[in-house]
Design a protein around this ligand. Structure first.
Ligand code: ACO
Length: 372
């Protein structure tokens, strides 16, 4: 049976770290409040002018190198993000112009914090049906540019951070890999977590900006109640689909939103705390990037070994939720590209940047001709 296997992982967070004490300089909050309510100690914040595709590029390079591949082996890019580089074109296309991937399809997924779970489920379907052999799946966020870092926005701003995580999924005939996916959505809860203005219903205006309607707003307690139901339920359902139970689990990689949500979900599933991975204190909630970053760190820390059963589970705006059950099966040891491959890769990046520039210039020239 044709299945998809994770053969490469990579993540990147921007170097600038904002601790809870740094947040107290911007708004009326405290380290004690943030840690007690959320478990977060710090978050990474991108420099001005950096978009999520910039962070994604670093994560993607690592994942592709970890898979022992070059960009030319990738058949498709699926990119999950809540805060895309621009309204359109999609961040997957922007990433494609930053890295030399050729003209492979590039798809954006807008399921917020559940985006990565949706992206893996879609990639898995493309692979199972034989349409693609190798798919790059990315979750990347620059949240910080969409947050109100004043006391007005403190209930939301302290929660989030910037970062990116990436996987390479490959077609594989062996047992294991992605066993099952479970996805859910309930649009009736859309107003619990949203950016109220800036879209087609209420476009950006002086009023919407003055009222802060371009910032993420959230009814925290209701989202909390939804999350502690959705995560255990999605975990059980995805395991059931694979004919497994929580007793078979080695590790759960939950969306990193709040330590209390993670602990409560572990309790509801009857799992000891060490079976549920958490790195929330170092990164905050990086939305679509949180699960792939956590997965990469779990792999790096040796918390996942060959043949282990893991479940990645998330929830987010929409409302949406979902889970993926994976039997970790790396068919071949990852081979780092040789020195020459690296040089070749660098040259191709330069070529891609130049190609983008030339194409933009030609479009500009063409537009001038049309004006004449
Ligand atoms: N610092 C200090 N005080 C604060 C802060 C802050 N940063 N933020 C809020 N407060 C105050 C409030 O004003 C309130 O004061 P009051 O009692 O005088 O009115 C008090 O703290 C309690 O506020 P609550 O909102 O009731 O606090 P709660 O215990 O519910 O915790 C939190 C808030 C952390 C947001 C919690 O509800 C939560 O984690 N919810 C889930 C959020 C989540 O997971 N979001 C991610 C979704 S994923 C996605 O798709 C983006």
């Amino acid at each position: 049976m044709r299945r998809s296997t994770i053969i490469g992982t990579g993540f990147y967070v921007p170097p600038d770290v904002w601790t809870n004490d740094d947040m107290t300089k911007l708004m009326d909050t405290s380290d004690e409040w943030i840690q007690e309510r959320t478990g977060i100690k710090q978050r990474h914040i991108a420099e001005d002018g950096i978009g999520c595709a910039d962070l994604a590029k670093f994560a993607a390079e690592q994942a592709i190198a970890d898979a022992g591949m070059t960009n030319q082996d990738i058949d498709m890019i699926i990119f999950a993000t809540l805060n895309p580089d621009v309204f359109f074109p999609g961040s997957a296309c922007i990433l494609q112009s930053k890295m030399p991937f050729g003209t492979i399809p590039a798809l954006d997924i807008r399921q917020q914090c559940t985006g990565f779970i949706y992206a893996v489920a879609i990639a898995d379907r493309f692979i199972r049906t034989g349409w693609c052999d190798n798919i790059l799946v990315i979750g990347a966020e620059v949240h910080s540019t969409g947050l109100d870092f004043t006391t007005r926005g403190r209930d939301v701003a302290v929660l989030f951070g910037d970062g990116a995580g990436a996987l390479v999924l490959q077609a594989n005939g062996a047992d294991g890999g992605v066993l099952s996916s479970f996805l859910g959505a309930d649009g009736s809860g859309g107003d619990l977590l949203c950016i109220p203005a800036g879209g087609s219903r209420e476009p950006a205006s002086h009023r919407t900006v003055a009222e802060g309607l371009h910032y993420l707003t959230m009814r925290g307690r209701e989202v909390f109640r939804f999350a502690v139901r959705a995560m255990p339920s999605a975990t059980r359902q995805v395991l059931e689909q694979a004919g497994l139970t929580t007793a078979d689990l080695k590790l759960v990689i939950p969306h990193q939103a709040n330590q209390r949500i993670i602990e409560s979900s572990a309790k509801a599933l009857g799992l000891p705390p060490e079976t549920v991975f958490s790195n929330l204190e170092w990164y905050g909630n990086t939305s679509a990037a949180s699960i792939p970053i956590a997965l990469c760190e779990a792999v790096e820390q040796g918390r996942i070994q060959q043949d282990d059963l893991i479940v990645c589970v998330g929830f987010g705006a929409g409302l949406t939720w979902g889970a993926t059950a994976i039997r970790w099966s790396v068919p071949l040891p990852a081979v780092m590209p040789s020195r020459w491959k690296k040089i070749w890769q660098k040259l191709r990046y330069r070529y891609a940047a130049l190609r983008s520039l030339v194409l933009r210039f030609l479009r500009w020239l063409f537009a001038l001709r049309i004006k004449e």
